[in-house]
Ligand binder design. Structure first.
Ligand SMILES: Nc1nc2c(c(=O)[nH]1)N[C@H]1C(S)=C(S)[C@@H](COP(=O)(O)OP(=O)(O)OC[C@H]3O[C@@H](n4cnc5c(N)ncnc54)[C@H](O)[C@@H]3O)O[C@H]1N2
Ligand code: MOO
Ligand code: MG
Length: 649
C-alpha cells in the first residue's frame, strides 16, 4: 500500500536559540525523528517548515499564524520549548490564533506519561498542534512516544473518517481540502504521463502562469546538507542483481554473493624455487638426478630415497619428494656421456625440513573456502579479479549499476564545440561534459541527453523519454527563482514527481533539488544548479554517493579526513565546500590543503586541480575569534572530503 504523506512543521521556542540559531539542537533532532519514523509502506513525514522564536506570546502566535495560513497545508505543528514550570514557559498558554484549540482525546495517553512538562495537544482547523518540552532529549522522547498515534490523529483532523478513503476515488479533492496526500491514485500509469494535472502538493510556480504571479520567496524549505544526504540515502535503492563475466569489466562492481572456491590453489604440490626435489631425511651428499619436472602439464615418476629430481619454480613435485633444495645450494658433480644432462649433483643444504620450498595443495586457497564475501568491492587494484580467476570462476553475481542520463538546460547554453563566436547571451555547455566525465570515471554507464531550452514542452518530453531508458537523471540549470527555472514545476506538475527537497543550506549549490518519479519503477532526478562549480560540487556530494549506494557500496560517501590549511580560508554565512588540493607532507607527516583560487560558483576553474573540498563551517558556527577574523587561518585544521587521489610533497 502506498504511504500516507504528512506535512509537519517545527517551532523551536527558545529565547537563546532565537538569538543564536546554532545553539538549537532540538530542531535537527526532531527533523531526524520524523525522517526515521517515515516508511515507504505506511507514513511518510515531510518537515516542510522550521521556525525559531523567543519565549514571547506574540512571537509564538505569529509563527503559528503564518504556518497555519501559509500556502502549504500542514498536518502537524510541533513546538519545542516553553512547556516547563518557569514563569517564562508560556507555550501551553498560547492558544492558536485562528480557530478554537480543541484538546484531542487520541493524544491524551501521551499527556498522561509526559510528567515533567505541561503538554498540550490540540487541533486547529485540519492541523494538529502538539507542544513538546524544550530539552533535545525530552522533545525527542516525547515525540517518540507520540509518533505512532499521530498519523491516525492527523487523518482524523484532516476530516477524513477512514484512512481507506485515501486510497479510493475522489482523493484529489480531499487532498486539496486537507493536505493529506497519498500517491496510490496517481502512480501506476505504467509511465510518467504528461498531463495538465496540478498536484495539490506542488509548491512550484504553476507552469504557464504569468511572471507576475510567480513566488517572490522560495516555497521550498531549506534543508541542511545532512538532511539532504539522509533523504537521498533513504530514497536510493539497490538496482538489482546480475551475473557478470570475470574480466577487466568487473572492476567497480560489488559482489551480491559469497564466492566459494570450487578447486584448490595450487591444485598440485608445487616447487617454490628452481632446484632439486629431494627426500629431506637423506641430508647432504651426492645423488643421481633421476628425472626433470618443468612447470608444464604432464606426469612425473615418484622419487625414492637416495635420488633427486631437477624441478623449476611452479613445477609439480615428484610423488614421495618432501623438500626442494635451491640450485644455489648445490654443485654439479658429473654429466651424462653426451654432456647434455646432469648425472649427479651434490646437495650442500644441511638439515632440510619436511615441506621446505614446497607449496602444498590448497595452501593458498583450499577448495570450499569462501574467497570473497557478499558486499566486497571488485577493486581496480586487481586483487579480487585475480582471486576469482585463480579459483576458476567464469562469472559472479553482482549488484547492477545504474544508468545515468545527463541533461543541460537553458536557452543560453550551446554545445561546447559549436563553431564561431558566441553571441550576446550565449554560454558554452561545460556542465554536460564535466558531469558525464565524472560519472563515467566512477564506472557508471551514461546517456548524453543533450541540451534542452527553457521551454516546458521540450523539457517535459526530454525527461519523459529519458525516464524510459535511464535509472537516474541529472540535470543542470533552471532550479532557482527565475521565471524560466522550469525544473521544479515540470517535475511536480508534468511528471507527477515528488520533490523531496528544493533548497540546501550550502555554498555552492543552494537551489539543489532532489525528486523521485514513479515510472513505473522509482527513478531519481537530481536537478543541480546551472553554475558550473555548483553543479560539480553537488554531483560529488549528492549524486555520486547515491549511485554508489544503488550498486551495493556499504561506504558510499567519499572519505573525509582532517587537513591543515596552507592559506587563510575565508568563511561564508552558508556552510561552504571550497575546492582544494590536498597533499601528504613527507616532512610533518600530515595532510595539507591549498585553495584553487576564486571560489565563485560560475568559475569551473575552481575545480581545476582539486582533489577535495574543504568542509567550511558557516560563519555563525565558528568561535568568536574566527568569526572576527572571517577565516580559518593558515596552519589550522578543517575537514576535507577527498574526491580523488592524494599525492606526496
Ligand atoms: N533570486 C535568486 N536568484 C538566484 C538564487 C536565489 O536564491 N534567488 N540562487 C542563485 C544560486 S545560489 C544559483 S547556484 C543559481 C542557480 O541557478 P539555476 O540552477 O536556476 O541555473 P540557471 O539560472 O539556469 O544558470 C545559472 C548560471 O549557470 C550558467 N549555466 C547554466 N547551465 C550551464 C551549462 N550547462 N554550462 C555552463 N554554464 C551553465 C547559466 O548561464 C547561468 O549563468 O541561481 C542564482 N540565482
Ligand atoms: O549556491 Mo549557488 O550554487 O552559490 O551559486
Ligand atoms: Mg536560474
Amino acid at each position: 500500500m502506498a504511504p500516507t504523506k504528512l506535512n509537519a512543521a517545527i517551532i523551536v521556542v527558545s529565547t537563546t536559540a532565537s538569538k543564536d540559531p546554532s545553539s538549537d539542537a532540538s530542531g535537527d533532532l526532531l527533523t531526524e525523528s520524523f525522517i526515521a519514523n517515515s516508511s515507504a509502506e505506511s507514513t511518510t513525514w515531510k518537515v516542510v517548515a522550521r521556525r525559531i522564536v523567543s519565549d514571547d506570546r506574540e512571537e509564538i502566535q505569529g509563527a503559528l499564524k503564518t504556518l497555519l495560513e501559509g500556502p502549504t497545508k500542514l498536518n502537524l505543528i510541533v513546538t519545542t520549548g516553553g512547556t516547563g514550570f518557569a514563569i517564562a514557559d508560556i507555550t501551553p498558554e498560547v492558544r492558536d490564533p485562528i480557530s478554537p484549540f480543541l484538546q484531542i482525546p487520541v493524544l491524551i495517553n501521551w499527556i498522561g506519561i509526559s510528567m515533567m512538562s505541561r503538554p498540550v495537544a490540540g487541533v486547529s482547523g485540519s492541523t494538529i498542534i502538539v507542544t513538546l518540552p524544550g530539552s533535545p532529549k525530552g522533545a525527542t522522547e516525547n515525540l517518540g512516544a507520540l509518533i505512532k498515534l499521530l498519523p491516525h490523529a492527523c487523518i482524523q483532523a484532516a476530516g477524513i473518517q477512514s484512512s481507506r478513503k485515501l486510497h479510493s476515488g475522489g482523493v484529489e479533492s480531499l487532498e486539496k481540502q486537507t493536505g493529506v496526500y497519498n500517491h496510490s491514485h496517481s502512480h501506476g500509469h505504467g509511465h510518467a504521463t504528461p498531463r495538465a494535472h496540478t498536484s495539490a502538493e506542488s509548491r512550484a510556480n504553476r507552469l504557464g502562469d504569468a511572471v507576475t504571479r510567480g513566488h517572490r520567496e522560495s516555497p521550498y524549505p531549506m534543508v541542511t546538507v545532512k538532511e539532504a544526504t539522509d533523504i537521498i540515502a533513504r530514497e536510493t535503492q539497490l538496482k538489482g542483481i546480475v551475473e557478470v563475466q570475470v574480466n577487466e569489466d568487473l572492476v567497480g562492481y560489488v559482489l551480491a554473493e559469497d564466492v566459494t572456491a570450487v578447486e584448490s590453489v595450487p591444485a598440485y604440490r608445487a616447487s617454490i624455487v628452481d632446484g632439486y626435489a629431494v627426500v629431506h631425511s637423506d641430508g647432504k651428499g651426492t645423488y643421481p638426478v633421476v628425472s626433470v619436472s618443468h612447470a608444464a602439464p604432464g606426469s612425473i615418476p615418484p622419487l625414492a630415497s637416495g635420488q633427486v629430481a631437477r624441478v623449476t619454480t611452479g613445477a609439480p613435485l615428484p610423488p614421495c619428494a618432501t623438500a626442494v633444495a635451491m640450485v644455489e645450494d648445490t654443485v654439479l658433480k658429473s654429466m651424462t656421456e653426451d654432456e647434455k644432462e646432469e648425472a649427479e649433483v651434490e646437495i650442500l643444504a644441511d638439515r632440510m625440513e619436511d615441506g621446505e620450498n614446497v607449496r602444498e595443495v590448497g595452501s593458498d586457497v583450499m577448495k570450499g573456502d569462501v574467497v570473497l564475501k557478499k558486499g566486497d568491492i571488485i577493486s581496480a587494484i586487481g586483487g579480487e579479479v585475480g582471486l576469482l580467476a585463480s579459483v576458476g570462476r567464469a562469472s559472479v553475481k553482482v549488484y547492477d549499476k545504474v544508468t545515468v542520463g545527463v541533461l543541460s538546460t537553458g536557452d543560453e547554453v550551446v554545445h561546447h564545440c559549436r563553431e564561431g563566436e558566441l553571441q550576446l547571451g550565449e554560454i558554452r555547455d561545460s556542465n554536460r561534459p564535466a558531469l558525464l566525465s565524472a560519472i563515467k570515471a566512477q564506472g557508471f554507464s551514461t546517456v548524453d541527453l543533450g541540451i534542452t531550452g527553457d521551454k516546458t514542452g521540450a523539457l517535459q518530453s526530454t525527461l519523459i523519454e529519458a525516464l524510459q531508458s535511464v535509472d537516474v537523471i541529472v540535470t543542470t540549470g533552471g532550479v532557482s527563482m527565475g521565471e524560466l527555472d522550469l525544473l521544479k514545476p515540470t517535475i511536480e506538475q508534468s511528471l507527477d514527481g515528488t520533490i523531496h527537497f528544493g533548497r540546501v543550506a550550502m555554498k555552492p549549490g543552494k537551489p539543489t533539488t532532489f525528486a523521485t518519479v514513479e515510472s513505473p519503477k522509482k527513478k531519481l532526478i537530481f536537478a543541480l544548479p546551472g553554475n558550473p562549480a555548483s553543479a560539480l560540487v553537488t554531483l560529488h556530494l549528492f549524486v555520486l554517493p547515491s549511485l554508489r549506494k544503488s550498486q551495493g557500496y556499504e561506504h558510499y560517501d567519499f572519505p573525509q579526513v582532517r587537513v591543515t590549511v596552507d592559506e587563510d580560508m575565508g568563511l561564508d554565512p552558508r556552510p561552504e565546500f571550497r575546492r582544494a588540493f590536498v597533499r601528504f607532507d613527507m616532512v610533518d607527516g600530515r595532510l595539507h590543503a591549498s585553495g584553487t583560487g576564486g571560489q565563485r560558483s560560475s568559475r569551473i576553474g575552481s575545480a581545476h586541480g582539486a582533489n577535495a573540498v574543504l568542509v567550511m563551517p558557516a560563519l555563525r558556527e565558528v568561535s568568536e575569534k574566527r568569526r572576527e577574523l572571517g577565516c580559518i587561518p593558515k596552519g589550522e585544521t578543517v575537514d576535507a572530503i577527498l574526491w580523488g587521489q592524494i599525492g606526496c610533497a
